[in-house]
Ligand binder design. Structure first.
Ligand code: HEC
Length: 142
């Protein structure tokens, strides 16, 4: 009788691990299962909000580890509260969209007032689609 019980337990546990293997998650790079937000490889590349919230992007720190969306709350980077509007005012010849794209891909081209170097360049780790998705998302932050 105990043998049958053991078989049932083994069958149940293999079933549970199959459930965890969601097809959208890249198991070779995803982080520990206790972490709620996985790395960029498991996020639909067009979802700018999820990209912003990710713990890491292609090995670089995730945006939200340095940027808050709360006004006046600086961490390792400036608050991005209102950035969708502010972006248009930063560099005269750059529109908001262009400024945001440059901020992400070449952060050293222009520093936000009061800040110096400190943000990694994401030009090597983000695809065009991902950069577009992040810019589109940041433009919505009023
Ligand atoms: C290690 C910390 C760090 C990470 C990670 C980081 N940033 Fe930054 N970011 C900074 C710092 C410091 C500045 C200010 C200097 C500058 O403008 O480059 C900045 C500036 C910016 C600005 C310009 C803000 C303004 O007011 O003009 C934007 C937009 C921005 N970051 C977006 C992002 C996005 C999107 C990501 C993720 C792809 C990201 N950052 C990841 C530290 C970081």
């Amino acid at each position: 009788m105990w043998r049958l019980h053991l078989v049932a337990v083994v069958a149940l546990s293999s079933c549970a691990s199959a459930d965890r293997a969601s097809p959208t998650v890249d198991l070779t790079t995803s982080v520990a299962p206790t972490t709620s937000i996985a790395s960029v490889t498991s996020i639909a590349s067009a979802d700018g909000a999820a990209l912003f919230a990710a713990d890491s992007l292609g090995g670089e720190a995730g945006c939200s580890s340095c940027h808050s969306m709360q006004p006046d709350r600086s961490t390792s980077g400036p608050s991005l509260a209102g950035i969708g509007t502010i972006a248009a005012t930063r560099v005269a010849e750059l529109g908001a969209e262009h400024y945001l794209r440059q901020s992400i891909l070449e952060p050293e081209a222009f520093f936000a007032p009061g800040w110096g170097a400190g943000m990694p360049a994401y030009s090597a780790v983000l695809s065009d689609t991902e950069a577009d998705a992040l810019v589109t998302y940041l433009l919505t932050i009023e």
